[in-house]
Ligand binder design. Sequence first.
Ligand SMILES: [Fe+2]
Length: 213
Amino acid sequence: MFIKQFRTGGDRNFGYLVADDVSRRAAVIDPSYSPQEIVAFASGNGYTIEYVFCTHDHFDHTNGNVVISDLTGKQALLYRDTEPVTGIQVSDGAQFPLGDLAITVLHTPGHTPDAICLYIGDAVFTGDTLFVGKVGGTDLGAGAEAEYHSLHGKLLKLPDDTRVFPGHDVGVEPVSTVAHERETNPFLTQPDLDAFVYLKKNWAAYKQEHGIA
Ligand SMILES: [Fe+2]
């Protein structure tokens, strides 16, 4: 499997090109501010873009959608959209074929109700649901609760060595693994939902106390 992480600008946003090595069929995730660069890289390296996904409907992830659609003929797919060629809907557990690989959709509401993560091979693309050492912003009520269940009920259920590719470069490293996040991410080491919400509420003080940027 081929993965290229693009620093697209914005708020240290990441976009991705993921491809099957053999067929060179590719998917773009969150083209963001750099649709031209990602498409140019793909065509320059013999990759055919089959799908464009957005992890959620926030402007800094979707603002390249019109341009990438013009360049590739592929409509960007968000949660609940139906991919026109395969007829597959972007819904929890849906699988999109990509050569010898499959892209599995995980619906992970919390940061937004439409948030999805994309699980491909040994990698998961987590958008603004999970960052390296942090998690996506939510309210302190229903949003936080939904995110807590998405993190523990879906993302932390993936195999330990699953590589984590987040939607923003806000951690100490640009990439992590499920096991590393489970063991070190302060939001994931909280014992229960109340403690998770408490940390969100008191994150500024926690960061200061622990010297986190
Ligand atoms: Fe977002």
